[in-house]
Design a protein around this ligand. Structure first.
Ligand code: B3K
Ligand code: ZN
Length: 873
């Protein structure tokens, strides 16, 4: 496969102003008639060039130019390219193609999911529908007529407003849609199916009335309320916080079961993976409710950050994704608990994005090259990209940031632009120089900050020296220092914030001060500090960096209870736990530091503390994070050390855990307030700890909770605790009962798969292989694959990293099997193997072998090829 470089970017030779599509949908395939109004791009240089259109898996039936059918020697059909050598400056091109959606297992372009037709065009799926300049800087107005059997496909949807409909011969009908906004082809969408709709309405700030509709299969009709409420909240929020109003008269969401990712922001017609939109309390967990709220908002926010202003080319992907993730995190923080949201985002970033940034697939937020763009929908583009936007927000402050985003939307409305254009708008609106800041987009790798301090008692001056270094990443060895906002607090002996001055007697000294690091090393002096303070570093995780500072365990405990920054309270607890787990690793005699037990006791018993934060603080750092912090990681040793800490805590705090469990009473009416979510999470956590140590009384409580739960958070929490407990008979029974109860609901069956596949107790490799044979498993459904294979490789680390290499071989087999049918999913599953260099030899050898066996498959897809070859390089 060929590598594509950002430096090769050229403006398109031809532009398309208008696209007229007609789809004839049948069971044996679909005929696509396309009529393009094309003109030479005035910005393109050089003489006339051939017209080149992208295509993929298309059967070409005919080509007409300005109404005249071209003979086969007037064009070249090269499969991936349709070339018409001689074209005038302005013309109309008509192309008819035949495609087979019913055989499309890649789930890109037009395909079928449980009997309905649907599309996925980002990034390069439109070329699987018809020949087209399939690149985001070609923006056109679309008119789409869909024709299909009337009884099988009563609902026919596309982007924009529906302008015409009627009945055709042979039991068929049609609907025509017109989208007034020019858009890139990746935002095109079509849906045809037998769906029910939930209707609602929204009045915009300027008084326009918008029709809201969610389309689902009839069996899911009772699962749309939460998405609809989330949508209305998101629409209001975007008006209030960003001044963004919705622009079409109708906004539609469709749920489909077979989908490669979470959801897609097609103009006016968002298509969602069922698991990211459908929920009711009985069958979905709090986590699902929260995920749905944030994804519905994310896709909605794309209407401005992505659709109205889109990407010039796919290297700019973070322009829309980083900014939109930043926006949806702000929204979630406003809807729930700010601190808890920050903790969850950072935990994910530090576990998974830092790992990506330190591995063979590391790339800048704006990559310089790729082979397959689908591989670049990464944590770096999304989450690190959001952190980069967040740092601009921190540096500018909320008001100037808003001025910047207003300017960005106004200046670039209707355009396809670059991350640089975004930064420029922020600079122009604020007057700040973000020149050095741009390195965040260009340099890969996670900066490491090393912090040293000293205190001058006589002069009452506290000094902080911060050094930054950025590790080498593939293709980038010598990095320049970056511009890093570093939020600092200083605590006195009582735990109060000291005012932080940069000059003596500075007035209005803040309690949290954002220092700006621009050099390799910076020394800051803080006067008027009457005693040696405890530093609270990188408050609110003000930059996506690693921080090294020699905290003592007493300092960490002190920060856990006193830091005014909730995020750093949590972080101090994590650092203490990491330190204790590491101390135990490979040392069977070492006892768990009583300070960790005491700290946990305080958390468990302090009813006045913010319970949402408490629930987070009590969770031990995950195995994946512990691995990420370790060179030459020994997974089994890490797993056992963490287990030992967990068991010591559960044993020592048995009564407190029981009391905490019994104290949690949520309102009988299910709500997803931060308080209720925290309460359910504490219940499930205390239960899990107690079952982990085989507590008989807790077993009774778990069984009761499992049987009598009125919502899925409680029921699956109990099931998860049982599935990870030593009570074999009860655990099997509960798993069987759960399946019997929920087998009609595929989303719950996915949870049932994942609970087992991710469980070190219930999910050894043999059990996981049995799940693949289960009648509910389906190799064509990405959610099922993720809930078994993904959960095993991503969360069941002791079994996946079995030292005999069987887990790796299993994953390699799965990837080889999926590579032909669904390369995107196969490539995603490859991620856990790519980091083989991170592990001790007993592991890395097996991972390497597994990668080689994938590499040696014939006709490897471009998706998997890129990842495997970069990982082995
Ligand atoms: N933009 C889509 C992701 C498309 C992935 C294509 N392989 C969803 C989102 O980020 O909103
Ligand atoms: Zn997105």
């Amino acid at each position: 496969p060929r590598t594509i470089y950002l430096s090769e970017y050229r403006v398109p030779d031809y532009l398309v102003d208008h696209v007229d599509l007609r789809f004839e949908l049948f069971e044996e395939g679909a005929r696509v008639h396309s009529k393009l109004a094309v003109r030479r791009n005035p910005e393109a240089t050089g003489g006339p060039v051939p017209l080149e259109l992208n295509g993929d898996s298309l059967t070409l039936e005919s080509v007409h130019l300005d109404g005249r059918q071209l003979t086969t020697d007037e064009y070249q059909d090269k499969g991936e390219l349709l070339i018409v050598p001689a074209v005038p400056d302005t013309f109309e091109l008509q192309v008819v193609t035949w495609i087979e959606p019913q055989n499309n297992t890649r789930l890109e372009g037009l395909y079928k999911s449980s009997g309905m037709f649907c599309t996925q065009c980002e990034a390069e799926g439109f070329r699987c529908i018809t020949f087209f300049p399939d690149r985001p800087d070609v923006m056109a107005r679309y008119r789409t007529r869909i024709e299909a059997d009337r009884s099988m496909y009563p609902v026919l949807l596309s982007n924009g407003n529906d302008v015409d409909r009627g009945v055709l011969e042979g039991g068929r009908h049609f609907v025509t849609w017109e989208d007034p906004f020019p858009k890139p082809s990746y935002l095109f969408a079509l849906v045809a199916g037998d769906l029910v709709e939930q209707k609602d309405a929204f009045t915009t700030v300027s008084g326009r009335n918008i029709d809201l509709r969610i389309y689902v299969e009839p069996r899911n009709a009772d699962k749309t309320d939460h998405a609809m409420d989330s949508l209305k909240r998101a629409m209001r929020w975007d008006e209030e916080v960003y001044g963004r109003e919705y622009d079409l008269d109708i906004f539609m969401i469709v749920a489909v079961d077979d989908f490669n990712m979470g959801a897609m922001e097609n103009k006016g017609l968002n298509i969602f993976n069922s698991s990211c939109v459908l929920a009711r309390p009985e069958s979905e967990t709090d986590a699902a409710f929260q995920r749905i709220e944030s994804i519905v908002a994310h896709e909605y926010f794309h209407n401005w950050s992505g659709n109205r202003v889109t990407c010039r080319d796919w290297f700019q992907l973070s322009l829309k994704e980083g900014f939109t993730v930043f926006r949806d995190s702000q929204f979630s923080a406003d809807m729930g608990s700010e601190t808890v949201n920050r903790i969850e985002n950072v935990a994910m970033l530090r576990t998974a994005q830092f790992a990506e940034d330190a591995g063979p697939m590391a790339h800048p937020v704006r990559p310089a090259s790729y082979m397959e763009i689908s591989n670049f929908y990464t944590l770096t583009i999304y989450e690190k990209g959001a952190e980069v936007v967040g740092m601009i927000h921190t540096l500018l402050g909320p008001d100037l940031f808003r001025k910047g985003s207003d300017l960005y939307f106004e200046r670039h409305d209707g355009q396809a632009v670059t991350t640089d254009d975004f930064v420029k708008a922020m600079e122009d609106a604020s007057g700040r120089d973000l020149g050095q800041f741009r390195l965040w987009y260009e340099q890969a790798g996670t900066p490491v900050l090393t912090v040293e301090d000293d205190y001058d008692e006589a002069g009452e001056v506290y000094r902080l020296t911060i050094r930054q270094s950025i590790p080498a990443t593939p293709g980038q060895s010598n990095k320049k220092p970056q511009h890093i906002p570093f939020a600092l607090g200083l605590l006195d002996g009582e735990g109060n914030d000291l005012p932080i001055r940069l000059a003596p007697s500075e007035a209005d000294a803040p309690a949290t001060r954002v220092l700006e690091l621009t050099e390799e090393s910076h020394t800051f002096e803080f006067p008027d500090i009457p005693e040696r303070p405890v530093p609270s570093l990188l408050r609110h995780f003000s930059a996506p960096v690693r921080v090294n500072y020699p905290w003592t365990r007493d300092q960490l405990r002190f920060l856990m209870s006193h830091d005014s920054d909730g995020f750093n309270r949590w972080d101090a607890g994590q650092r203490l736990a990491v330190d204790v787990i590491r101390e135990l690793s490979g040392h069977a005699e070492t006892k768990v530091d009583p300070r960790l037990i005491d700290a946990s006791r305080v958390l468990l018993t302090d009813e006045s503390a913010d319970q949402a934060l408490v629930a987070k603080m009590l969770q031990l750092p995950g195995e994946a994070y512990l691995i990420e912090l370790t060179d030459q990681a020994d997974v089994q040793t890490i797993h056992h050390a963490r287990e030992r800490v967990l068991k010591s805590l559960a044993t020592a705090l048995r009564d407190e855990l029981m009391a905490c469990y019994r104290r949690q009473q949520t309102a009988s009416h299910y709500q997803i307030t931060p308080e209720d979510v925290a309460s359910r999470s504490l219940r499930n956590m205390t239960l899990a700890w107690l079952l982990h140590i085989g507590d008989e009384e807790a077993l009774e409580l778990a069984l009761e909770q499992f049987r009598n739960a009125s919502n899925m958070t409680d029921q699956s929490g109990a099931l998860r605790a049982l599935a990870n407990s030593p009570f074999e008979a009860e655990r099997r029974q509960a798993l069987d009962d759960f399946y019997q109860q929920w087998q009609v609901d595929p989303q719950v069956v996915e949870q049932w798969f994942a609970i087992q596949a991710s469980s070190p107790v219930s999910g050894d490799l043999e059990a996981v292989r049995r799940l693949l044979e289960h009648p509910a498993f389906d190799w064509k459904n990405p959610n099922k694959i993720r809930s078994v294979v993904g959960a095993f490789a991503g969360q069941n680390l002791p079994h996946f990293h079995s030292q005999d290499g069987s887990g790796y071989q299993f994953l390699a087999e799965t990837i080889r099997r999926l590579d032909d049918s669904n390369p995107q999913i196969a490539a995603r599953l490859t991620a856990p193997l790519t980091r083989w260099r991170k592990f001790a030899h007993v592991y890395s050898e097996g991972m390497h072998k597994a990668l080689e066996s994938v590499r040696d498959k014939e006709n490897l897809s471009r998706d998997v090829y890129e990842i495997v070859h970069k990982s082995l390089a």
